[in-house]
Every structure is written in structure tokens, then in C-alpha cells.
Design a protein around this ligand. Structure first.
Ligand SMILES: [Zn+2]
Length: 342
């Protein structure tokens, strides 16, 4: 089987890898229906987060179960399933509280930019769709695996409420789907911070009511202007840089909620600044598993179309071009079509 392997900065290769197989009785092996490149893959791709050895990449997946381990009872071969980037048992106290991405047994799922994938803790991790999806639903189901689930968590953790005002910092796939999620949760105003025209357009399609192109101090000033000088009740930080984090905290009103779902890189917060900001901060790796049943239902019944974030489709052997296009911001998100089965 061939799959994507990251060797170092800007060096992604599509090459022969070991065939995934059941190594624990709780595993499943799935045949990937579609794979993609994540914004968070760009951190190691750019060398900001070093990789010390060649690493199989890709952590967003959906596909058909081919094989399950001897103790797997809920998931069956032939089912179409969606899972998240952290495998979880979905039974421990942390999972029960809705934080499956911090499950006591959690395991990172890697290697999804390939034809097949081993998924640990299959019973807790994978959620089956009601049947075999039609081709046009696959991009949206793939989006549910990470970017939609993460955008949904951003809206949930920022306490988006019907009629409330939500500000979304970041116009990558997660930011755009955070807009969609805030819309689904009934936000009355959704202000998307974006300076990129194609992304602004998609943000509006997903439910943004206003666009703010300024960033930093000017961006915060603009949000204050739009909210009677107060700041927003909910701010969703979907980038992970110092600038975006500060922009989010400062755009929130005292008593407001700030969520942060972009993997932080070099973010440092000042204690006194945080103290006087008087905001609720809640973020982390999104517990996508918690939301999957609901998200699959919304997609299955065509209430939402998160698959629109994929604006580039490539055969998987051109995975390196997918990384390049996203790195250069030529594409919002690249979908990778698996190789034809031998
Ligand atoms: Zn757990």
C-alpha cells in the first residue's frame, strides 16, 4: 500500500508503506473513501514543529470497515464509518464527560493519507453512518472527522447562544466551519475576520453576517465598534498564533467566552492581562467524537454542507501538491482521492 510520509520541512513523499493490520483485539482496519490535508499538518510541514523521523501523515478519515479485531462488537465489516484524530474508548469518566480527545486510553490516529488505515479502540472511536453514503456526501463526512468537529467545539466552547454575537478569528477550514457551527447554534450575528475574498464568500454562505478585514489592534477596534464598544459574547479562535489569540481575548466582552481550537504555537499569555480581561477561556483538541452522531445526522439529512471547504481535489499520489497549495494559501483544503484498488 502507498501513503504519505513526511520526511522533514516541505518534504512529503507518497511511497510504499506497510499494510495496516489488526495488532490489538480492539482495532479495526478501514479502506479510506477520501483523505485530506489538515491545516495542522502545515506546522510540521513548515518545520515549525519538527519531525525527528519519517512519519506517516493524515489524521482525518472516513471509509469502509474491512476487518475488526476479536473484541470489537459495535463496528462491523462493510459499514461506512467516520472517526476522529484521537482514538478513544468512549467509556472512561473523561469520555463520559464529553472530552474524548483526552480519553485515559487515547491514541493518536496517523497515516490516513493512504488507501487503508488502522484505527485503535474501534468501538469507541468509529461512528457508522445509517447506510452507504452517496458520493456527494463523502467530502462532508470527511470534514466531520476533524475540521467540522473542531469548528463545532469552537462554537460550543465559546458558549454560542441563540441570538448572541459570535466573532470567528481565522478563515481556514476550521474557522469557516466554526461560522457554520455558530449558525447552527442560532447565533444572531456572526462576524468573520478574514481578508481573503474567496474565504469571505464561503463564510457568508455558511452564515457570517459581517466580515472584518482588519486584524490586530485595528481588528479589535472594529469588533468593539460593531458591538457598542463592549466586545462580543463569544469569540472563536481558530488559528493558534500569539496575534490571533490576543485578538480573540481582546475582542471578547468582560464575562464573554473565548474558545481556542487552533494548535497554539508560541502563544504566551500574560496573567494580569488575563485577570483583567474577565473572560472565560476554553479550548484544546476538539472532542470530535462527542459531536459525530449529531454531525453525521445533519450531513446525512443534507441540513449542512461542510464539504464545501474542499476547493481542491487531487489524486492521492499528488499529496505533496495538496500540502503546497494549502501552504501557499492557494487552497482552503485539499481532498485526496485514493488510488483505484488493485
Ligand atoms: Zn475514554
Amino acid at each position: 500500500m502507498r501513503g504519505a510520509v513526511l520526511y522533514g520541512p516541505r518534504d512529503v513523499r507518497f511511497e510504499e508503506r506497510d499494510e495496516p493490520r489488526i495488532s490489538k483485539p480492539t482495532d479495526a482496519v478501514i479502506r479510506i473513501a477520501a483523505a485530506c490535508v489538515c491545516g495542522s499538518d502545515l506546522w510540521p510541514y513548515r518545520g515549525i514543529q519538527p519531525v525527528d523521523q519519517p512519519t506517516a501523515f493524515g489524521h482525518e478519515y472516513c471509509g469502509v470497515v474491512e476487518e475488526v479485531g476479536s473484541s470489537v462488537t459495535k463496528v462491523k465489516p462493510g459499514q461506512f464509518v467516520v472517526g476522529s484524530f484521537f482514538a478513544s474508548d468512549n467509556t472512561c469518566p473523561i469520555c463520559q464527560a464529553g472530552y474524548q480527545s483526552s480519553c485515559v486510553q487515547r491514541e493518536i490516529v496517523l497515516g490516513a493519507q493512504a488507501g487503508r488505515l488502522r484505527v485503535p479502540l474501534a468501538d469507541g472511536t468509529l461512528v457508522a453512518t445509517p447506510g452507504m453514503p452517496s458520493e456527494d456526501l463523502i467530502p462532508s463526512l470527511l470534514a466531520a472527522s476533524d475540521v467540522l468537529g473542531t469548528g463545532w467545539f469552537a462554537a460550543d466552547a465559546a458558549n454560542v447562544k441563540p441570538g448572541g454575537t459570535a466573532v470567528v478569528v481565522g478563515d481556514g477550514a476550521v474557522g469557516l466551519l466554526a461560522v457554520l457551527s455558530a449558525k447552527q447554534m442560532g447565533a444572531g450575528r456572526i462576524i468573520a475576520m478574514s481578508r481573503h475574498q474567496a474565504r469571505q464568500k464561503l463564510a457568508r454562505e455558511f452564515g457570517a453576517t459581517e466580515i472584518v478585514t482588519e486584524r490586530g489592534d485595528a481588528g479589535v477596534a472594529r469588533i468593539k465598534e460593531l458591538t457598542a464598544g463592549l466586545g462580543a459574547e463569544s469569540v472563536l479562535e481558530c488559528v493558534g498564533t500569539q496575534e490571533s489569540m490576543m485578538q480573540a481575548i481582546r475582542a471578547a466582552r468582560p464575562g464573554g467566552h473565548v474558545s481556542y481550537v487552533g494548535v497554539p504555537h508560541g502563544v504566551q499569555l500574560d496573567g494580569a492581562g488575563l485577570f483583567f480581561a474577565h473572560v472565560h477561556l476554553h479550548g484544546g483538541p476538539a472532542p470530535v467524537r462527542q459531536y459525530l452522531p449529531h454531525l453525521i445526522d445533519l450531513i446525512w439529512n443534507r441540513k449542512i454542507n461542510p464539504g464545501k471547504v474542499f476547493d481542491l481535489t487531487l489524486p492521492i499520489e499528488q499529496v505533496a501538491e495538496g500540502y503546497r497549495a494549502m501552504d501557499e494559501r492557494r487552497a482552503i483544503k485539499a481532498l485526496l482521492r485514493p488510488e483505484a484498488r488493485p
